[in-house]
Design a protein around this ligand. Structure first.
Ligand SMILES: *[C@@H]1O[C@H](CO)[C@@H](O)[C@H](O)[C@H]1NC(C)=O
Ligand SMILES: *[C@@H]1O[C@H](CO)[C@@H](O)[C@H](O)[C@H]1NC(C)=O
Ligand SMILES: *[C@@H]1O[C@H](CO)[C@@H](O)[C@H](O)[C@H]1NC(C)=O
Ligand SMILES: *[C@@H]1O[C@H](CO)[C@@H](O)[C@H](O)[C@H]1NC(C)=O
Ligand SMILES: *[C@@H]1O[C@H](CO)[C@@H](O)[C@H](O)[C@H]1NC(C)=O
Ligand SMILES: *[C@@H]1O[C@H](CO)[C@@H](O)[C@H](O)[C@H]1NC(C)=O
Ligand SMILES: *[C@@H]1O[C@H](CO)[C@@H](O)[C@H](O)[C@H]1NC(C)=O
Length: 289
C-alpha cells in the first residue's frame, strides 16, 4: 500500500490527532482527581467524601475513620468500635447519616437481639442532643414483672424466650425506667430518631429498624466541590486536599498559592516535541500552535 496515502488520508489524520489529544489530556490531568469518583455498594446510594468504600475507592478520596464496607444485600456498612451499622441514607448537605444496628437485620424472628452499647470514642461521629434513646433491658425477672402490670406493657415479645426472663424496651424519659431496671440484669442504650417528648406508639421494633441520625465531623467539602474539585485527604501531611484537574489544592480549585498550573505546563512541555514532529510528518503548518 502507498505510504503517502496513509499519511494524507483525512481519516488516518483525524485518528492520529485524536489519539494525541487523548494522550495529552490524560497526561495533563492530575491522577488523584481522576481516581476520586462516587461509588455504590449496589443500593444506588452514592458514596463520596468523607466516606470511601474499602477496596473499591482510594483511601485518599475519603477522610480517615470514614471507611465503609458493603454487605451481601448491597448496603453500605459503617463499623464503630465493636458494632456494625447499616447506612440507610447519607445527607451530605447537613453532614449527617441515618443508620441502624446491623444485628437487627437478617434474622427470622421478631425478637430484639442482644445489642451492645454504641461507642463514639473517636469524635468523628456525634448524636444530635435533641433525640431520645431507647433502653433495652435484658434478663428481667418475669416473676417480679408479673407483680407490676404497668411494666408488662413494655415487654418485647420474643418467641424464643423462656418464662424466667423477659426483655423490656423503654424510652429514656420514661418515669418507670428506674423501677424497671431494678428488675433486670443488663441493658443497652440504643439511639432512636425520636425527639424528646414526642409521642410514639407502643411498637418498638419499627423504631429500631428506622434507626437514628448521626452527625459527622470532617472538613467541609462544599467550596472544593463548587470549584469543580473532588475532596480528599493527603496522608503525608495529614490534611484535607482539594483534588483539581491540574493538581491538589488546599481548599478549592480557584484558590492557589502561586504555582498554579506549573505541573500542567511541565507535563505539556514533554509532549510539545511530539506534536511538532507529528505536524512535520503530516506536513501541516505549525503556525497555530
Ligand atoms: C459548608 O460550607 C458552606 C459554604 O462554605 C455552608 O453553606 C455549609 O453550611 C457548610 N456545611 C456545614 C455542614 O457546615
Ligand atoms: C439532615 O437532613 C435530613 C434530610 O433533610 C434530615 O432527615 C436529617 O435529620 C438532618 N440531620 C440533622 C442532624 O438534623
Ligand atoms: C426473681 O425474683 C424472685 C423474687 O425476688 C426470686 O425469688 C427469683 O429467684 C428471681 N428469679 C430469678 C430467675 O432470678
Ligand atoms: C407482689 O406485690 C405484693 C403487694 O404489693 C407483695 O406483697 C409481694 O411480695 C410482691 N411479690 C413479689 C414477688 O415481689
Ligand atoms: C432462660 O434464659 C436465660 C438467659 O436468657 C438462661 O440463663 C436460662 O438458663 C434459661 N432457662 C431455661 C429454663 O432455659
Ligand atoms: C450501656 O450503657 C448504659 C447507660 O450508659 C449502662 O447503664 C449499661 O451498663 C451499659 N451496658 C453495657 C453492656 O455496657
Ligand atoms: C498513611 O500513612 C501511614 C504512615 O505513613 C501508613 O501507615 C498508612 O497505611 C497510610 N494510610 C493510608 C490510607 O494510606
Amino acid at each position: 500500500m502507498n505510504h503517502n496515502f496513509l499519511l494524507t488520508s483525512p481519516i488516518i489524520n483525524l485518528f492520529i490527532v485524536t489519539l494525541f489529544l487523548l494522550a495529552k489530556k490524560a497526561s495533563c490531568t492530575d491522577p488523584q482527581f481522576l481516581a476520586c469518583n462516587p461509588e455504590s455498594c449496589g443500593d444506588g446510594q452514592n458514596i463520596n467524601f468523607p466516606f470511601y468504600i474499602q477496596n473499591k475507592q482510594e483511601p485518599s478520596c475519603g477522610y480517615p475513620g470514614f471507611s465503609l464496607s458493603c454487605n451481601d444485600k448491597g448496603k453500605p456498612v459503617l463499623k464503630l468500635s465493636n458494632n456494625e451499622y447499616i447506612i440507610h441514607e447519607i445527607y451530605y448537605q447537613n453532614q449527617s447519616l441515618r443508620v441502624s444496628n446491623a444485628a437487627l437485620f437478617g434474622k427470622s424472628t421478631s425478637c430484639i437481639p442482644q445489642i451492645q452499647n454504641m461507642s463514639l470514642a473517636d469524635d468523628r461521629f456525634r448524636l444530635p442532643s435533641s433525640r431520645a434513646s431507647l433502653f433495652l433491658l435484658y434478663n428481667c425477672n418475669s416473676t417480679l414483672l408479673a407483680n407490676d402490670s404497668e411494666l408488662l406493657n413494655y415487654k418485647v415479645d420474643c418467641f424464643g424466650e423462656n418464662g424466667t426472663f423477659s426483655t423490656l424496651a423503654m424510652l429514656d424519659d420514661d418515669p418507670l425506667l428506674g423501677p424497671a431496671s431494678d428488675k433486670c440484669e443488663t441493658g443497652a442504650v440504643v439511639p432512636v430518631d425520636v425527639y424528646r417528648g414526642e409521642n410514639v406508639g407502643s411498637e418498638r421494633m419499627p423504631l429500631l429498624e428506622r434507626g437514628f441520625v448521626l452527625n459527622w465531623i470532617a472538613s467541609n467539602c462544599s467550596s472544593c466541590e463548587e470549584s469543580g474539585g473532588k475532596c480528599g485527604f493527603d496522608n503525608a501531611t495529614y490534611h484535607f486536599k482539594c483534588f483539581c484537574p491540574d493538581r491538589p489544592h488546599s481548599w478549592a480549585c480557584n484558590s492557589g498559592n502561586g504555582n498554579t498550573g506549573r505541573k500542567l505546563i511541565i507535563d505539556c512541555i514533554i509532549f510539545l516535541p511530539h506534536l511538532l514532529s507529528l505536524l512535520q510528518l503530516l506536513q501541516l503548518p505549525a503556525l497555530e500552535f
